[in-house]
Design a protein around this ligand. Sequence first.
Ligand code: PEP
Length: 249
Amino acid sequence: MRKKIVAGNWKMNKDSIDSENLILDILKIYVESQTEMIIAPPFTNLSNAVKILKSSSIKIAAQNIHYADSGAYTGEISAKMLQSIGVENVIIGHSERRTYFNETNELIAKKVKSALENNMRVIFCFGEKIDDRSSGNQNIVVKKQITDALFNISESYWSNIVLAYEPVWAIGTGETASPQQAQEIHAYVRELIAENYSNSLSENVSILYGGSIKPNNARDIFSNQDVDGGLIGGASLNAKDFIDIFNAC
Ligand code: PEP
């Protein structure tokens, strides 16, 4: 049975004190369940998060990596470095990185490969822009993003891949995909994985939805057959909201 996951992407928010306080606030009201919780603080707070959450079941993710293990890439951080401080998950392909940092499917593919080779689990984000949705091209866009970045990965690595469907028009906008729109894309992606690998692999991949999930809409989205949890942006910055979303999964 595939895993249910709720992950919080803190983006470029929370200095070290606020980060520690948020983690402590989450811990106060967190009750372990079958659903896995992941938090993704900024790089500067990762070491401390690892320390605080050492004996907790809450997992930690980075929000980005460089594709090389080391080298002359000023300002960058590698998967190998993150592994060395105990960070075992990384978000790759987020639309904000695609848009503001010009990350192409080709670059994202290299990052995915590096993360997997360094034994990190990848939370791979994909999703169409509003123009793609208005013109009915969402499946074409999503297929290309996934094909280019993931379909040359050998089957054995797929146990370390989690997918997150994040329609760009729903991120930080307050607009969510309807439960049907989310379900349609998730089911379509599962079909693609089955065609390229196998039914059993496809059935075992967790596919999260992300885009303006809040405590009041989480349950509706999570109740879809092919939605295995969520990637949460804004609402993950508030302990109670994040826990309410987590408990809805
Ligand atoms: C995100 O950035 O991954 C995200 C889903 O953001 P929000 O929940 O704020 O729309």
